[in-house]
Design a protein. Structure first.
Length: 413
C-alpha cells in the first residue's frame, strides 16, 4: 500500500524541475516499464497520451495520425509536461513495426477500427482499442475473433467502468451485495451535442454506427454488466429533433439522432431502460438499480463549465445500513479525462501488460455493448421491437466471447 506522500502530485508540474536527480525523493519519477505507440491523435488520443505520462508506468515512443494538425496538438502535450517528444510515424505500418513499443493504443474514428486492427494484430504487440470496437455487429464480431486469436493482451476502451460513481456501483452490487439480486435498472445521459471532429465524422450514422452505438456503448456496457446477462430483446424510440438539423458536410446531411429512449430485456430476466438527450445545457448521468434487498442510485452532473458533482445513494431498509456518499478522485486525476476514468483504465492496462493477461473489458464486453446499441438503432428504424438473435452474424459462436468476471477489488473486468 502506498503512503499519501508517495503520490504523483509531487512528481507532476514544473516547480521542482531545477532539482538534480540525486536531490529527488518525493518528486522522483518512476522509470517507465513499458512503451506505447499511439495511433490516432485526436481528442481521445491526446487524452491517452496525457494519462500515460501522468501514470508514469509507460512512455510514449511514437504517434501516428494522417491529420498533421492532430499530430501537432498531440506534441504539445509533451511540451507542456517537459517530456521527450516521441517519434512521429510516417505510416500505420511504421507504427506497427517499431521495435521500441510494447503496446499500441488505437484511438482512431469508429469506422476505421476494424481496418486498423487487421493491420495492428500483425505487430506482435499488446493492443488497446477505443470504443466502440466497431460500427456494426458483424464488424464487432470480427474484431472479437481477431482479439481472441492475438497472442498478446487486447483491451477495449469501455472506461466508464472506472468512473468514480460506477466504480462504487460495481462495489455495492458485486462485492458488498448491498441490494441483493438485481431485477431492474435504468440509466440516463443528458448532455450537450457532439463536439467537432476532423472531417465531422461523428455527425453521420454511416461512420458512427449511430449515436446509440457511438455514444451509448459505455452505458450499454454497464447495463449489460449489472444485468448479469446479454440483451435479448430491444425496443427504442428516438429521432433528430434539435442538433445539426441544418448541418451538411461534404454534401451530406447530418443524420445522427439526438434523443432516444431504449428498453432492453436481458437473458437473465432483468429489465433495463436507457434515456439519451444530447441537447442539454450540461451533463447529467444517472444509474438506478433495484434488487430484492435494496435500491442503488448514482449520479454525476455539471452545468457546462462548472465543477462536477457526484452522488451515490444506497437504500437498504430493514436489510442493512442505508447511506449516501460523494465519491471522487484527486482533481488532477479527475481533470485528466473522463472524470478520472481514463487514468484508472491505464492503471489496469499497465497491470495487464505486467501480468501478461487480460483483466477486461474484453471481447464479450466490447461486442455486447455494440449489439445493444445496434439493436436499438434497428428498432427505431423499423418501429418495432428487435429480437437480438436476428441481428447476430450467421456464424455467431458465443465461445468467441470470453470475459473475465468481477472477482476482487481492483478487478473491474
Amino acid at each position: 500500500m502506498k503512503t499519501v506522500v508517495d503520490s504523483r502530485l509531487f512528481r507532476r508540474g514544473g516547480a521542482l524541475r531545477y532539482l538534480k536527480d540525486e536531490d529527488r525523493f518525493l518528486s522522483a519519477r518512476e522509470e517507465p516499464e513499458f512503451s506505447y505507440g499511439v495511433i490516432g491523435c485526436g481528442i481521445m488520443g491526446q487524452e491517452h497520451i496525457h494519462n500515460t505520462l501522468l501514470l508514469g508506468k509507460a512512455r510514449v515512443a511514437g504517434v501516428y495520425d494522417p491529420a498533421p494538425e492532430s499530430v501537432r496538438h498531440a506534441m504539445r502535450v509533451f511540451e507542456r509536461r517537459g517530456d521527450e517528444a516521441p517519434t512521429v510515424y510516417a505510416s500505420l505500418a511504421e507504427a506497427c513495426n517499431d521495435p521500441a513499443t510494447d503496446a499500441l493504443i488505437v484511438a482512431t474514428p469508429n469506422y476505421t477500427h476494424l481496418d486498423v486492427l487487421r493491420e495492428v494484430v500483425g505487430s506482435g504487440k499488446a493492443i488497446f482499442l477505443e470504443k466502440p470496437i466497431a460500427t456494426t455487429v458483424a464488424d464487432a464480431y470480427e474484431v472479437c475473433r481477431l482479439a481472441n486469436a492475438h497472442e498478446h493482451v487486447v483491451r477495449f476502451g469501455l472506461q466508464y467502468r472506472y468512473k468514480a460513481i460506477y466504480a462504487e456501483a460495481i462495489d455495492e452490487v458485486f462485492r458488498r451485495g448491498s441490494i441483493g439480486q438485481v431485477h431492474n435498472l435504468t440509466m440516463a445521459e443528458h448532455r450537450f451535442p457532439f463536439l467537432d471532429k476532423v472531417g465531422q465524422w461523428n455527425k453521420f450514422n454511416a461512420k458512427t454506427g449511430g449515436a446509440l452505438v457511438e455514444k451509448c456503448c459505455h452505458y450499454f456496457d454497464l447495463m449489460n454488466l449489472f444485468s448479469g446477462g446479454q440483451p435479448k430483446r430491444v425496443f427504442a424510440l428516438g429521432n433528430q429533433a434539435v442538433n445539426f438539423t441544418n448541418f451538411s458536410y461534404g454534401n451530406q446531411r447530418a443524420d445522427g439522432l439526438d434523443h432516444a429512449n431504449v428498453t432492453i430485456e436481458y437473458t437473465t430476466g432483468v429489465i433495463g431502460g436507457f434515456s439519451l438527450c444530447m441537447f442539454a445545457p450540461g451533463t447529467r448521468e444517472e444509474l438506478t438499480i433495484c434488487g430484492d434487498a435494496g435500491r442503488l442510485h448514482v449520479s454525476e452532473q455539471a452545468m457546462v463549465g462548472e465543477e462536477n458533482v457526484n452522488h451515490v445513494e444506497v437504500w437498504s431498509g430493514e436489510n442493512g445500513t442505508s447511506r449516501t456518499s460523494a465519491p471522487t478522485y484527486p482533481s488532477y486525476i479527475a481533470s485528466a479525462g473522463h472524470h478520472g476514468s481514463t487514468f484508472f483504465e491505464h492503471v489496469d492496462l499497465a497491470g495487464d501488460l505486467a501480468a501478461g493477461q487480460n483483466s477486461g473489458p474484453g471481447p464479450a464486453a466490447g461486442f455486447w455493448s455494440v449489439v445493444a446499441g445496434a439493436a436499438a438503432q434497428a428498432s427505431i428504424e423499423r418501429g418495432e421491437a428487435v429480437d437480438v438473435a436476428e441481428i447476430l452474424p450467421d456464424d455467431f459462436d458465443p465461445v468467441q466471447l470470453v470475459e473475465p468476471g468481477i472477482a476482487a477489488a481492483g478487478d473491474l473486468g
